[in-house]
Design a protein around this ligand. Structure first.
Ligand SMILES: Nc1ncnc2c1ncn2[C@@H]1O[C@H](COP(=O)(O)OP(=O)(O)OP(=O)(O)O)[C@@H](O)[C@H]1O
Ligand SMILES: [Mg+2]
Length: 458
């Protein structure tokens, strides 16, 4: 049910309104001053759906409160209340973005109708935003390669069910995108998709984030707050980076998932769970379980279905397609003419191992659009942009001839052995399985020591 904040300095008006609204099933909170109202909204933005706001308040007045509220990215709809002398100001308030105003003495019926319209408008607006999001295909998951086709098919099947899903994949492979895709094709698509990043939230706050808290549950809990489970009611709760959740919180989450109900922190009221849980991690959970860092029973609760997002390096032709797509997108956004990749540049992109996956590719194309002025992008323009030259720097990028590659590989191996033996050639030779004379020859050939007159040219 929508939650309404009543702001009026007169206690009997607050009481009257709270009564009328809760009879209609609304949840209410109240504040006697503008300052307190602003604090309340700041404590949990997005938690209040509408504010009924008196114009004539002591201290910060209604108009000032309105202006402050509207600066928030997620602001509730505002209905103003005005006495006789303040109608002019109330009109001004609607010009500043208040939905409407109502005159005192209040007519409860009229107020309820206005409120209903205001909330309806707000829900239309958010539907509209969601629609634009879809039309703009901001969240489109691209990929025609075989592993991506398979994934799309799995998402279609799993998404349509109500089952809990665990998404696995390396950094930047598109786990969040997959979670949104699951939500979008599920029967819950018109309800909220709520994300909680378990890694980004301090340990002592995560339970309150998940389950909400009651006013006074701990120092700093100045108002009741709904948790993500409640905010996602009817929809999907996406628990991102679940592998980073502490064992304590894991135990509590497990209990809630088993019982399908929960209490807010510091509360006694039992709240039924109605959020589909989708979780994701880039960690190797079986390994975490073996180490005692992740509960096996929780793993089984979360992973009714497991989706593995393939690494970008496994997606073959998708790499170049995605690169071209991102290039086009960033060129358009930056008002540049569209750049093209030469075959050599495409080949280089295809061979690279992409430790940062799609995110790395996307960022690379963005940097390229900003930093590179020419219309044609060749391999040499790309090389400096790679995050790392190779997996653990063992294998150099394979662009040259076979002979060049073998030589550079040989040279690196020798350099490593020498570093490990702290320059002791006899030891390095033993480690490499060469005799000393042979290693000496190679060192000279690679210019690692001075060349002798009788050595062959490199
Ligand atoms: N298949 C895809 N098509 C288009 N864009 C994609 C695709 N996969 C990922 N992206 C883009 O790559 C970036 C990273 O995706 P996302 O945040 O979903 O990855 P992640 O797996 O959650 O990463 P992390 O492990 O770092 O949290 C986003 O900008 C996303 O839009
Ligand atoms: Mg992510």
């Amino acid at each position: 049910m929508p939650r309404i904040l009543i702001v009026d300095d007169e206690a009997n008006i607050r009481k009257l309104l709270a009564g009328v609204l809760s009879d209609e099933g609304y949840e209410t909170e109240d504040a006697p001053t503008g300052e307190e109202a602003v604090d309340r909204l700041r404590a949990a933005p997005g938690d209040i759906d509408a504010v009924i706001l008196d114009l004539a308040l002591p201290g910060m007045n209604g108009l000032e409160v309105l202006e402050t509220i509207q600066k928030h990215p997620v602001s509730p709809v505002v209905l103003m209340m005005s006495g006789h002398g303040t109608i002019e100001t109330a009109v001004q308030a609607t010009k500043k973005g208040a939905f409407d105003f109502i005159e005192k003495p209040l007519s409860p019926d009229k107020l309820l109708i206005l409120l209903k319209n205001a909330l309806h408008l707000r829900s239309l607006e958010s539907d509209n935003a969601a629609l634009l999001d879809k039309l703009g295909r901001r969240n489109e998951m691209l990929g025609e390669s075989e592993p991506m086709q398979r994934l799309q098919e799995e998402i279609r099947k799993a998404g349509a069910s109500q089952a809990r899903i665990l998404i696995l994949g390396e950094n930047g492979t598109g786990k969040e995108l997959a979670a949104r895709a699951i939500h979008d094709i599920s029967p819950r698509a018109s309800e909220p998709f709520v994300r909680l990043n378990c890694a980004a939230i301090p340990r002592d706050l995560i339970e309150s984030e998940l389950f909400g808290h009651e006013k006074g549950a701990f120092t700093g809990a100045t108002a009741q707050k709904r948790g993500k489970f409640e905010l996602a009611r009817g929809g999907t709760l996406f628990l991102d980076e679940i592998g980073d959740m502490s064992l304590d919180t894991q135990a509590k989450l497990l209990r809630v998932l088993e019982e399908n109900e929960m209490e807010r922190v510091g509360g006694t009221e039992t709240i039924a769970l109605d959020a589909r849980v989708v979780a994701a991690t880039n960690k190797n959970l079986p390994q975490e379980i073996a180490n005692g860092d992740f509960r096996e029973d929780l793993y089984f609760r979360l992973a009714v279905i497991t989706l593995q997002i393939p690494a970008l390096r496994e997606r073959g032709p998708d790499i170049v397609r995605l690169a071209e797509r991102f290039l086009r997108q960033y060129c358009e956004e930056n008002g540049r003419r569209i750049k093209e990749l030469t075959p050599a540049a495409s080949a280089l992109l295809s061979q690279y191992h992409w430790p940062g996956n799609v995110r790395e590719l996307r960022n690379m194309m963005e940097r390229l659009v900003i930093m590179h002025d020419e219309l044609v992008v060749d391999a040499e323009h790309l090389s400096p942009l790679f995050l790392s030259t190779s997996p653990d720097d063992e294998h150099p990028l394979l662009t040259g001839t076979l002979r060049e590659n073998l030589e550079s590989y040989e040279r690196r191996t020798i350099e490593k052995a020498l570093a490990a033996s702290e320059g002791n050639i006899a030891r390095a030779a033993r480690a490499l399985g060469l005799d000393r004379a042979n290693l000496h020859r190679k060192l000279r050939r690679f210019g690692l020591v001075k060349r002798r007159a009788d050595d062959p040219e490199p």
